[in-house]
Design a protein around this ligand. Sequence first.
Ligand SMILES: Cc1ncc(COP(=O)(O)O)c(C=O)c1O
Length: 427
Amino acid sequence: MTGFSTEQVHAGAHPEAEFGARITPIYLSAGFVFDDFDHAEARFAGTTAGYVYSRINNPTNAAVEAKIARLEGGTAAILTGSGQAAVTVGLLGVLKTGDHLLSAPSIYEGTRSLFRDNFARFGIEVEFVDEPLDLEDWRRRIRPTTRLLYAEAIPNPKNDLVDFEAIAGLAHQHDLPFAVDSTVPTPYLFRPIDFGADIVVHSASKFLAGHGASIGGVVVDAGRFDWAKRPDLFPHLAESVDGAGGPSYTEKFGAQAYSAFTRGVIASRLGTSLSPFNAFLLQQGLETLSLRLDRHTANALALATWLEARPEVASVDYAALPSSPSYALAQKYLPRGAGSVFAFTLRGGRDAARTVIDSVELFTRMTHIGDVRSLILNPATTTHGRLSPAERDAAGIHDGLVRLSVGIEDVADLVADLEQAFGALAR
Ligand SMILES: Cc1ncc(COP(=O)(O)O)c(C=O)c1O
């Protein structure tokens, strides 16, 4: 395999055939023409390759999917209209009513609500591990109905990493797949599949696109999980589809059984497809991913180090700092850097957070991460505002906690902005 920066530019892309356009164009077409009666029949039967309808797939989207699958080391990818859609369809490709999902506790609050409220309405039971670094805590919660283990790569805002390889190993001991939301590191910093993950999901609205101009998501199939080994656990993939001895998804699609089912039966029917226009914007962002991430992580490390030395700051939650409980795991899993989304807690609590957030001039007050612009937010009163004070306390989301998503600006300007905002605390 060629280097990551080469792959991010070239993988999945090829000059367009009719006019030789170098960049994969935006194919804004709902449907695709059938040459004749037989051609239509063959396209519907899947016996001839090609596009049918953009809710199912589209040439712009397919090029971006191929690029992301290659960057993640998977066999296939499915673009979705948002990161939330990616989590939803990625997991519904495995789970159905009556199944049990076992999740790490530190996950994006939107996903937690999706699990708690929406999955509960589907009859899918979700349980959160209390001590995610204790493998026994995961093990003792696995039930006969458990079908999937789930974690996030760099949880936001606390940067509390889990031991991915250990959880993947445990899942596989029980013939279960392991899914990872890898939004924050992106495949440039961390490839979950290299450490045993079977499914990777992303919000592509964040670092993958980088520009903050569009919402999107993606599900990646590692293509390694043996769904056929336990037809009792995964009958939708391992048993005859028509019940009359026809081939199962595993027989028909091999290493792409999960993604074929998830695209054809889940994503296209729930209608979660990404507009080719947004897929094109994502494509443009992906081509510079490694360059942006190098700058993001260097800026974040410099800011985190600066913050840790400030008397106004009680603690900094950044996995790349030696003071972080996640430092050893970050050294193992994130040798290129721990991304640029982290938090610090001001000694002055809510009032201090208000002063700093209201005083910044370069940072943008916004709920988003992974943008080229630096962003700032108080989770206790926004993203985590629905939690009870006791739940927030247990999660370490104190009133004075400030989340940063560090952008790619000149770091001296970012430090200067925080310095002048801290200056307001003394006034
Ligand atoms: C880790 C993570 N996963 C999923 C999502 C949801 O993505 P989207 O906002 O694109 O739906 C987010 C959004 O912030 C996120 O941070």
